[in-house]
Design a protein around this ligand. Structure first.
Ligand SMILES: [Fe+2]
Ligand SMILES: [Fe+2]
Length: 165
């Protein structure tokens, strides 16, 4: 029988991953509405990755014989700031997700559940990579100093080039 505290925590994490997907899709819609299709593309790829993270937790619960329980996904914001402010918001959001995954990792150790601990290694690495990507984009937007040509260059030559893994 799978540990009930971990089952509850992972079900909550599934909801957080699906919310991340919804948040990034809302950001994609904002960029699409504001003539930055490259930034919108980046957000759509990220939204699909986050959906995949939720499904990865879902499949794990299924594999260990624990029940998945879905909950309502919170409404994402509809109004956003500048591209740099948006990526600062993304980084802050990812930091809360990292903290949440770390908390489940600590719980899996306290509950002596090595299979959950091992499964979380992938997510711990993924969070390091995501936070780095977000910091790099923030730095590049800082370099552009709000110059529209800099933002358009990033849109076409960086953000627009991202493809699903
Ligand atoms: Fe995620
Ligand atoms: Fe993420």
């Amino acid at each position: 029988m799978y540990n009930e505290k971990l089952r509850k925590a992972i079900n909550e994490q599934i909801n957080k991953e699906f919310y991340s997907s919804y948040l990034y899709l809302a950001m994609a819609a904002h960029f699409d509405a504001n003539a930055l299709p490259g930034f919108a593309n980046w957000m759509k790829v990220q939204a699909s990755e986050e959906w995949g993270h939720g499904m990865r937790f879902y499949e794990f619960l299924t594999e260990v014989g624990a029940t998945v329980e879905l909950a309502a996904i919170a409404l994402p914001p509809a109004k956003f700031g500048t591209p740099k402010e948006i990526f600062e918001q993304v980084l802050a959001h990812e930091q809360t997700v990292t903290a949440s995954i770390n908390a489940i990792y600590e719980l899996s150790k306290a509950e002596r559940d090595p299979k959950t601990e091992l499964m979380l290694h992938w997510f711990i690495n993924e969070q390091v990579e995501e936070e780095k990507n977000d910091r790099d984009i923030i730095d590049q937007l800082t370099m552009s100093g709000g110059n529209p040509f800099g933002v358009m260059f990033l849109d076409q030559h960086v953000m627009g080039k991202r493809k699903a893994d």
